[in-house]
Ligand binder design. Structure first.
Ligand code: SAH
Ligand code: SF4
Ligand code: F3S
Length: 448
């Protein structure tokens, strides 16, 4: 009988990409099939995130539920992968002895062997090493699902911001060779993919080897990907302001496939906080880069991540974040209360700011960011937006759904054959989580 696989994914898009690869690998090696019901699974995998304490807490509550399934059927295999696995290793099995396999973000391609090992030896298996780029060499042909796809182009991070676990969980920055990335995207394009989101924790630090041994910059990678037939929309996440170089800014002038949206996390508007975070740029550096970009793309939608309540963040320092968001007018941004992570330098910093104050600041920041997002949506009413049609709307089968360049969901009346096409939509209404619109008569002439 076909073995069933259940995967739960927490964390960032890189984890989502990795989970898809786990599915593909086990489908190839053990002819497994995905199930959406954990109680039907033979193998249960949890792909974890440790970026903040709350994310990490999710691990033991999820596998605690799976434990009951294993009590009923001891043959079930439970595996924990991702960033918590990478940091905690065998400690996970000390706390939860019913976990059979612990594997890291860089060893997921070894899952078939780890699974066989767990089944034959009945012993706990741990492999959280960083075997460099081996993972990508061992991946099966990519399988497209729909008209958009994520593609990881580099792993890890060498920035070591003082608050962040990523360099410890994913290792130092390492880029895939240019041709590997291009081949993967050509294979996706052949399956109908039209939009690619290039992924990396620090994606613009990409520096991949080319056939002649020279190294390709991220801007060059963008040019190569944009020239692939069928790929007409290009995004990337997440870029670091320090490496947001002039040639990358120039790419926005040269590559029409690059969307009119950029996620460039600033974290704080205060130079002192930025220094304590070890971000290696100032508020002014950040603003200058955005100004340069706006010369090329005046209407670009900009989003960011913010950390509120970094150790000893004063009222004045927080106000500098508030004034920065007024200066930039961000669209659709994320903000978090600082969460001390064991093993990071900031976890040792003095912090005299109470949680109550941090929460008040977060809610003020969030409220203002939400208003700005809503203003952006409202300003889109009456404009014509090109959307990539993803399929039928879940709520109403007569409606089609897709996304604008700045990632707004748009629902409109249209034919199912529009799936996978770019159409022009006149936006007529802005709801809190989506937009409504109607097709512009000449819409189909935008199909590339
Ligand atoms: N590499 C990206 C972001 C990676 S993590 C960058 O440097 O911008 C995603 C977001 O989580 C970060 O942008 C940051 O805002 C948040 N984050 C990371 N560590 C955190 C911590 N210890 N506490 C709270 N938020 C954190
Ligand atoms: Fe973490 Fe991003 Fe800093 Fe890297 S650049 S350490 S991923 S916050
Ligand atoms: Fe979380 Fe790891 Fe991604 S810590 S945000 S899953 S890189």
């Amino acid at each position: 009988m076909t073995q069933k696989l259940y995967i739960q994914t927490n964390g960032c898009q890189m984890n989502e990409y990795d989970s898809d690869k786990m599915r593909d690998i086990l489908l190839d090696s053990h002819a497994m099939e995905i199930t959406l019901a954990p109680e039907n699974a033979d193998v249960l995998l949890l792909n974890t995130c440790s970026i903040r304490e709350k994310a990490q807490e999710k691990v033991f509550s999820a596998i605690g539920r799976w434990r009951k399934l294993k009590q009923k059927n001891p043959k079930i295999i439970i595996g924990v992968g991702g960033c918590v696995a990478s940091q905690e290793g065998a400690a996970i099995q000390k706390r939860a002895p019913y976990v059979d396999i612990v594997f890291g973000p860089q060893t997921l391609h070894r899952l078939p062997a780890l699974l066989d090992q767990a089944r034959t030896t009945h012993k706990k298996v741990v492999d959280i090493s960083f075997p460099e780029i081996e993972k990508f060499d061992a991946l099966p042909e990519p399988r497209a699902e729909g008209v958009k796809a994520f593609v990881s182009v580099m792993e890890g991070c060498s920035k070591y911001c003082t608050y962040c676990v990523v360099p410890y969980t994913r290792g130092e920055e390492i880029s895939r060779p240019l041709n590997d990335v291009v081949d993967e995207i050509i294979a996706l394009a052949k399956q109908g993919v039209r939009e690619i989101n290039l992924l990396g924790q620090n994606v613009n630090a990409y520096c991949g080897e080319m056939e002649d041994g020279a190294l390709a910059s991220f801007a060059l990678l963008l040019h190569c990907v944009a020239s692939i037939g069928g790929i007409d929309r290009l995004r990337f996440t997440t870029s670091h302001p320090l490496e947001f170089t002039d040639d990358l800014i120039e790419a926005f002038a040269e590559i029409p496939e690059l969307v009119n949206h950029l996620h460039l996390p600033v974290q704080s508007g205060s130079n002192d906080v930025l220094a304590r975070m070890k971000r290696d740029y100032s508020r002014e550096d950040y603003l200058v880069k955005l100004e340069k970009l706006k010369v090329i793309r005046p209407n670009i939608s900009l989003s960011s991540d913010f950390i509120v309540g970094f150790p000893d963040e004063s009222d004045e320092e927080f106000e500098e974040t508030m004034s920065l968001i007024e200066a930039v007018e961000f669209d659709f941004s994320y903000s978090f209360i600082y969460s001390p992570r064991p093993g990071t330098p900031a976890a040792e910093f003095n912090d005299n700011i109470s949680m109550e104050i941090k929460k008040q600041r977060l809610s003020r920041l969030k409220m203002r960011l939400n208003e700005m997002t809503q203003n952006f949506s409202n300003a889109m009413i009456g404009s014509t937006q090109t959307i990539l049609v993803e399929g039928e709307s879940k709520k109403n089968a007569l409606q089609m759904t897709g996304r604008t360049e700045n990632n707004r969901v748009v629902n409109f009346t249209g034919h199912p054959r529009l799936k996978g096409q770019f159409v022009d939509i006149l936006i007529t209404e802005a709801l809190p989580n989506s937009l409504r619109g109607r097709m512009v008569e000449t819409s189909l002439n935008t199909i590339k």
